[in-house]
Design a binder for this molecule. Sequence first.
Ligand code: CAA
Length: 381
Amino acid sequence: MIVELTEDQKAIRDAVREFVQETVAPRAAEIDASDQFPADLVEAAARLDLLGIVIPEEYGGAGLDHVSFALFVEEVAAESGSLAVILDVHTSVGSEPILFAGTEDQKRRYLPRMAAGSKLGAFALSEPEAGSDAASLQTTAVPDGDGWRLNGTKTFITNMGVADVYIVLARSNDHARAAGISAFIVDRDTAGLEFGAPMEKMGLHGSPTGEVIMRDAYVPGENLLGAEGDGFRIAMKALDRGRIGISAQAIGLARGAMDKAARYALERRQFGKAITDQEAIQFTIADRYTEIEAARLLTLRAAAACDAGENFTRIASMAKMFSTDVAMRATTDALQLFGGYGYIKEYPAERYFRDAKATQIYEGTNQIQRLVIARDILAGG
Ligand code: CAA
């Protein structure tokens, strides 16, 4: 149970905050407007060892815990939801499956370069007909010599095209649903691996999302991740970790939006006084900051449970569901506090509002989180 951060965790949070304020904040609006992948900021984050934050030092990472990871993602998201999801997906669902399910050879081949940021990661589970029902996926992996031939289309893939390493889930035997699925590490330069056009999204501009298409893509046997047929469990374990990251992203967006709105409200004068003199405005600020604090406690609790080796599936889903709903309320209220200015692009509120919406949807919709939580409770977990 986490109630207080360690000095090391505070130091990481403060170092990331400084980096974000100096380097990311001045670029956030431009990334949103241009919809261009911020490669230079990813490189800058890599120079601070943030891309391998939870990768052990023996594999070239910083060897820190998931509490530090959550603090890092929150700080980045407070200024740029786009950069936060790029780094979060790389770090959690993009890299961690290799860490917890990979062979020693796979860890040595991939993790040092992923930690250094010279290889970016992505996670390819969803398909056009298999979103919430991930176990119904139809991409196939057929044995071919010493390896596998992959065919199928993945969709809504964060870091599509810019990632060098894709954790791909595919059906590798005749068993129904989860038991028939295996995980593969697929390199970007694999013949037969293609990318769709970047999707035009409502928010999170600059974070490329789209289809990853495999047409007879050959994956060598040494890139099967975990045992054959174990892929769904690996994907779910990855998402348990990923949901901590999305929860932290949501908290950052909520805090960033409310901090800006509260500052604006202090200066905005109507009826001869600052609008913060109105009780209605004070109550909104009090309610939203209380929720942000609660969301952070839940998220750090999930991260600490992960670090302690406890079963954290339920608490990670609770954190993701709660924090992302908080983010939607906070960004909606922040926009409202800006009044008419909140609705125009010159001000940051509408960007936070658009970015926050995705957090209720990806890495498992909040309806799926409720299903995970209720199943775990009812099973006596
Ligand atoms: N950890 C380990 N194993 C797990 C697990 C977990 N958290 N959750 C389930 N499993 C195991 C189960 O124990 C079971 O194993 P056995 O068959 O050996 O008992 C197996 O996986 C199947 O589990 P279920 O029967 O519970 O599976 P289900 O079909 O009923 O569905 C689900 C479970 C929770 C609904 C799952 O499909 C799910 O999480 N859906 C949402 C998918 C999702 O989050 N997609 C996001 C994609 S990533 C993304 O958003 C893009 C991005 O890049 C940001």
